[in-house]
Design a binder for this molecule. Structure first.
Ligand code: DSN
Length: 415
């Protein structure tokens, strides 16, 4: 091999990688879908398994040389079954969107009907947005949250389902702060003879730890991503009962993917192993407690969390009441200057564009990983509120940035 390190082989990439490590160490990651995996997960993800072609499944591969790939994938499957209590698990989807694509491929024909939550109300592109394959191959109708309460309008969903007669109802969301009542949606799915796909991408870790109710054993299909609250190797996962196992497996490979990313599956195995330790339950509980503290303190500062708070790891703030002339994008940029990284987000009843929407979304999974408790999250809420009040004030940005430096020094991350 000509080079041993990225630094020797490619200084430009090495600079960027070092920059990214410093950025993560020195800023507060509050993007609700992000987390900081352990060094062990990162080591597994950068292992020699990146070289391996393991098309097929453990014990039934199309190529030779898969003995260790089999061991790793089986470990990931067994640990996932233990974590979520699923009868069947496929750990090969390259992402949460790929997992959803495979479920559609297993359960639907082109032109079939999907009923899902509107993107601006907290849904996801892969649930049927017109810009996504799902919105182009299938016929899509959407339900909403009640804009008064911020909670899913379960009765409205039921009425739309009766009128639309969907083939599948999608639950599970990207910007919904409240616990999802999977059984109510399952009741509607059964009433209209539709499948139910529960996409738990955001709450995988909360469900595994028992701090959010589980759709496993209720919905026909459960999908998720594996790098958010569950804090394991990057990618997706599908869970289902045995009756759908063969359809799901063949929809992933050869239906929608080629060779699995075995290095990421190794990262999933290691992360799932970490999540089986009792400390992970404490982590998940603290993540939710931190989000509740964040939401309450933002509210004390005059901001409006959608639904009045959170049951999960995320808070969605509608800026229109408190700061009608300030957009989410302005706040996102000002906060990033101050060292707090979150994202502008649409809110229910959005009146601006998706690119420059009226809200911000903040999550606590990554802060909790680096040791933040409720008190620290209350202080972060105060810092966020200061910037929301004065996004163009350089003095405020500098003050907040100084305090972020103190916090990142106190709550250290990667060496
Ligand atoms: N884009 C991710 C999120 O931020 O929620 C979901 O795929």
């Amino acid at each position: 091999m000509p080079y041993e390190t990225v630094r020797e082989a490619d200084p430009a990439v090495a600079d960027a990688l070092e920059g990214e490590r410093a950025r993560q160490n020195d800023t507060l990651a509050m993007i609700a879908s992000e987390n900081h995996v352990s060094e062990a997960v990162m080591e597994a993800q950068s292992s020699e398994l990146t070289n391996n072609y393991a098309e097929g499944y453990p014990g039934e591969r199309y190529y030779g040389g898969c003995a260790y790939a089999d061991e790793v994938e089986q470990l990931a499957i067994d640990r996932a079954r233990e974590l979520w209590g699923a009868e069947h698990v496929n750990v090969q989807p390259h992402s949460g969107s790929q997992a959803n694509q495979a479920v559609y491929f297993a359960a639907l024909d082109p032109g079939d009907r999907i009923l899902s939550l509107d993107l601006t109300h907290g849904g996801h592109l892969s649930h049927g947005h017109p810009a996504n394959f799902a919105g182009q191959i299938y016929e899509v109708e959407q339900y909403e949250v009640d804009t008064e309460t911020g909670y899913i309008d379960y009765e409205g969903l039921h009425e739309i389902a009766e009128a639309f007669d969907p083939d599948i109802i999608v639950s599970g969301y990207s910007a919904y702060p409240r616990e999802v009542e999977w059984d109510r949606i399952q009741g509607t799915a059964e009433a209209v003879d539709a499948y139910h796909l529960a996409d738990i991408a955001h709450v995988t870790g909360l469900v595994a730890a028992g701090v959010h109710r589980s759709p496993v054993g209720i919905a026909d299909f459960v999908t998720g991503s594996t790098h958010k609250t569950i804090r394991s190797g990057r990618g997706g996962i599908i869970m289902c009962d045995e009756e759908h196992a063969d359809d799901v497996d063949s929809a992933v490979f050869p239906g929608t993917q080629g060779g699995p990313a075995m290095h990421n599956i190794a990262g999933k195995a290691v992360g799932f192993g970490e999540a089986l330790e009792s400390a992970f339950e404490d982590y998940a509980e603290q993540t939710v407690a931190n989000a509740a503290a964040l939401a309450a303190r933002l509210q004390d500062n005059g901001l409006s969390p959608v639904s009045g708070g959170t049951d999960t790891h995320l808070v969605l703030v509608d800026l229109r009441d408190s700061h009608p002339d300030t957009t989410g994008k302005e706040v996102e940029a000002a906060l990033e200057d101050a060292g707090i990284v979150l994202n502008a987000n649409t809110v229910p009843g959005e009146t601006r564009s998706a690119f420059n929407p009226s809200g911000i979304r903040a999550g606590t999974p990554a802060l909790t990983t680096r040791g933040f408790d409720e008190t620290a999250c209350q202080e972060v809420a105060d810092l966020v509120a200061r910037v929301v009040d004065a996004p163009a004030d350089e003095g405020v940005i500098a003050d907040v940035s100084d305090r972020v430096d103190d916090l990142t020094d106190e709550f250290t991350l990667y060496d």
